[in-house]
Design a protein around this ligand. Structure first.
Ligand SMILES: CC(C)(COP(=O)(O)OP(=O)(O)OC[C@H]1O[C@@H](n2cnc3c(N)ncnc32)[C@H](O)[C@@H]1OP(=O)(O)O)[C@@H](O)C(=O)NCCC(=O)NCCS
Length: 186
């Protein structure tokens, strides 16, 4: 899982929660500036996000792959679909975020490919993900990697502002070989 460069792609470990929280908040602040209320972004709490990451990394249901140079600079998390209307064997990419300054260098493509490969090699025959409707660059990223909007949307509130998320779907290669998701991944 290591590329020829100094970039390492590996499964997340329990001790990564602080680094993941830091990265996740920095990426949110950069990606969602102008899309979510500024005050909401300014007030994102590292303590709360680190706790959330600790719980995620302790879960056997959530799989997290990180891209690391000297520090962790990106991650993708995935597992079974959380949607109530999901057909059996539907996976989901829960989130994919890179450190600002690391975008558009091909790292997201590598993380996405790892997640798709691991989902495909498990019991999943298709996968979905949710993306903010106004996150045009992410939507383009997914579109160019074979995902398409399946017509489903949902509305939530963030910092008192209503946001719309759209669901993308991708058919995975038929997985005849069933193997467990990345052993040791959390
Ligand atoms: C969305 C995200 C994960 C994509 O990862 P990324 O590493 O930036 O994307 P990549 O570099 O792999 O690919 C993006 C495009 O940049 C191109 N690219 C790659 N290296 C490049 C470079 N050096 N210069 C210019 N373009 C480049 C790729 O070819 C690709 O274009 P394509 O779609 O035509 O193939 C990342 O930009 C990110 O974290 N964004 C903010 C958070 C976010 O929106 N996450 C999604 C939430 S749903």
């Amino acid at each position: 899982m290591t590329s020829p460069s100094r970039l390492t792609i590996r499964c997340a470990r329990r001790g990564d929660s602080a680094a993941l929280a830091r990265l996740h908040i920095a990426s949110w602040r950069a990606a969602y500036r102008g899309l979510l209320p500024q005050r909401y972004l300014d007030e994102l709490s590292h303590t709360a996000w680190e706790r959330t990451w600790s719980n995620r990394l302790a879960s056997s249901e959530i799989h997290v792959i990180v891209a690391e140079e000297a520090d962790i600079i990106g991650f993708v998390s995935f597992g079974a679909s959380r949607d109530r209307d999901a057909a059996p064997r539907t996976g989901e990419i829960y989130s994919i975020y890179l450190q600002p300054g690391q975008w558009r260098k091909g790292i997201g493509t590598q993380l996405h490919a790892e997640a798709v490969e691991l989902l495909t090699g498990s019991e999943f025959v298709e996968a979905t993900l949710w993306v903010l409707s106004t996150n045009i660059s992410a939507r383009e990223f997914y579109h160019r990697r074979g995902w398409s909007h399946d017509g489903c949307t949902k509305t939530n509130s963030r910092g008192g502002t209503e946001i719309i998320q759209v669901r993308y779907r991708k058919r995975l290669a038929d997985a005849h070989e069933k193997k467990p998701l990345a052993s040791g991944s959390t």
